[in-house]
Design a protein around this ligand. Structure first.
Ligand code: ADQ
Length: 489
């Protein structure tokens, strides 16, 4: 066993999230290959270098046998990752069921189809039981690895029950919880049968963080209205114990994107893309293929723009890169076919023998390919119906120093609050408005583009992922010290 020497000034940070930042593929009885997986949280925490961070989470595979578990644990240790092993039934009920089928749509203000709603209502109790059981399994692994002085940072809606489990294990543990999605209006949260239990377990944390003040305010209102607790400017108070609640808007590792544009392969790729789309303006969408991203709405708005602006038809192209996620869920399969159908119809309608207006790719791109695309884009289209923050808008801005392209951004993305002044804000449900904003963006004067870009670029460069994590952790440390002082008074 390799002995690790820990620099005395670096605090240990245990990052607990549903998924580890790597995906594991089994190559043999005791051999595994690991790949870094895409996603907002991964992108953000890759930028954090200040702490000695360790990840605790599920590796995304079912490993029923002990030999496999041992080998995977060993392989993951090299990446500073610690696995939580969940069996298929738990994953089905906890992750696919309670997390993705109940909390995810609810937190994004999306309803379920009637038949799913009834089925969900029936299976609710068993799914919530699985959710609590899974959270307890995460807590067991955390407590096994916890050392005094560590900071434990729990992430997202999958782990709302975790702060309570951790504090039951050790009331002195420093526990923070951060939500990457919106927290909805208390009127929405109220409909959850497990509404109180979830709020109470989150409140067991010392610090609770959200991307925006609105989400934080919704959470505090839920606690006051549903639990009858007192909301203060600092957070939520329960019999003298304060849970600090605040906004910590996430960012990206902007330098990583800026540097990527100097890599020879990226420069070559940009050159090829420019040649490929010469004479046409490039519009870009990059999203996980998810209901919340408003992909059909975006494409319909683009169709409306082409319909109303015949002169632009052979002068603009929309590249929509959509990584499939949750492909085993029927709702997501339906969304994929719906998007394909709309794209096919529009390309049939406005395409020529040599060119089509929409290129739709159902896949993930590697980091460098993505940077090249961002850099050659004239207009980025982010039309999320709801989005905690939306990092794609940040990444686009980071890659636009040369071009100063335009960002069209949904007012329902958290990013609207930080990049709103530089972007064109739209209501993604209003296709006429989005179509008009496409025209505005394509015709915008270079001076105005420059002015808008300057605002956004400054924000993206100064509000980084690293700063986000450092602020959260130092606030968590301070909160715990203040609480101790209050008790000793
Ligand atoms: P996501 O819903 O995953 O994150 P987002 O913030 O846009 O949304 O992050 C997506 C990440 O995946 C980006 O880093 C992007 O580059 C990458 N990505 C997306 N499509 C890709 C593709 N086709 N190929 C390669 N990479 C791709 C959740 C919340 C967000 C919140 C983040 C962080 O839903 O609202 O901003 O967490 O908190």
């Amino acid at each position: 066993e390799r002995q690790e020497v820990r620099p005395y000034n670096r605090q240990r940070l245990l990052v607990v999230a549903n998924r580890l930042p790597v995906s594991a593929v089994r190559r043999g009885e005791d051999s595994w290959s690991l790949e870094i997986s895409a996603g907002g949280l991964v992108s953000a925490l890759l930028g954090v270098k200040e702490f000695e961070a360790r990840w605790i989470g599920w590796a995304g595979v079912n490993v029923p046998d002990e030999v496999g578990q041992k080998a995977l644990t060993k392989a993951l240790a090299e990446k500073r990752c610690i696995p939580v092993f969940l069996d298929e039934e738990i994953v089905h009920q906890y992750s696919n069921g309670y997390c993705n089928n109940i909390l995810w749509p609810l937190f994004h203000y999306l309803g379920l189809p009637q038949e799913d709603r009834l089925a969900t209502t029936r299976s609710f109790q068993s799914q919530f039981a699985a959710y609590k059981k899974a959270n307890q399994m995460f807590a067991d692994v955390v407590s096994e690895h916890y050392e005094e002085g560590d900071v434990v940072w729990c992430h997202d809606y999958h782990l709302m029950f975790l702060p309570k489990c951790l504090k039951e294990y050790n009331s002195k543990m420093k526990v923070g919880w951060f939500l990457h999605t919106p927290f909805p209006s208390s009127e929405i949260h109220r409909t959850l049968p497990s509404r109180s239990e979830l709020l109470r377990s989150v409140l067991a944390a010392d610090l609770v963080g959200f991307h925006t003040y609105d989400y934080a305010r919704h959470f505090v209102s839920a606690c006051t209205r549903i639990l009858g607790l007192e909301g203060t400017p600092e957070g939520v108070e329960d019999q003298g114990r304060l849970t600090r609640v605040a906004a910590f808007p996430i960012g990206i590792d902007s330098e990583r994107f800026i540097r990527a544009l100097e890599v020879p392969d990226v420069i070559q790729n940009m050159k090829e893309l420019k040649e490929r789309f010469a004479g046409r303006k490039v519009m870009l969408g990059v999203d996980r293929l998810d209901m919340i991203k408003g992909i059909p709405q975006k494409i319909l708005a683009f169709e409306k723009f082409l319909e109303e602006n015949a002169s632009w038809r052979d002068k603009v192209v929309l590249l929509q890169i959509a990584v499939p996620t949750r492909t085993d869920v029927p709702e997501y399969q339906k969304l994929t076919s719906q998007v394909h159908e709309i794209v096919g119809r529009i390309n049939g309608r406005f395409g020529t023998l040599t060119a089509v207006p929409i290129h739709h790719l159902d896949r993930s791109l590697d980091f460098y390919a993505l940077c090249a695309l961002y850099a050659v884009t004239d207009v980025a289209l982010v039309t999320s119906l709801r989005d905690g923050m939306n990092l794609v808008s940040y990444e686009f801005v980071a890659c636009q120093e040369a071009k100063k392209g335009v960002l069209i951004l949904s007012e329902f993305a958290g990013a609207a609050q930080s990049l709103g002044a530089g972007a064109i804000l739209v209501n993604p449900w209003n296709i006429t408005e989005v179509a008009a904003s496409i025209g505005q963006a394509l015709n915008m004067s270079p001076e105005e583009r420059k002015k808008r870009h300057r605002h956004n670029f400054h924000h993206v460069k100064t509000h980084t992922a690293q700063e986000w994590a450092e602020t959260f952790v130092s606030e968590l440390n301070d909160t715990v010290i203040e609480a101790q002082l209050r008790i000793s008074k």
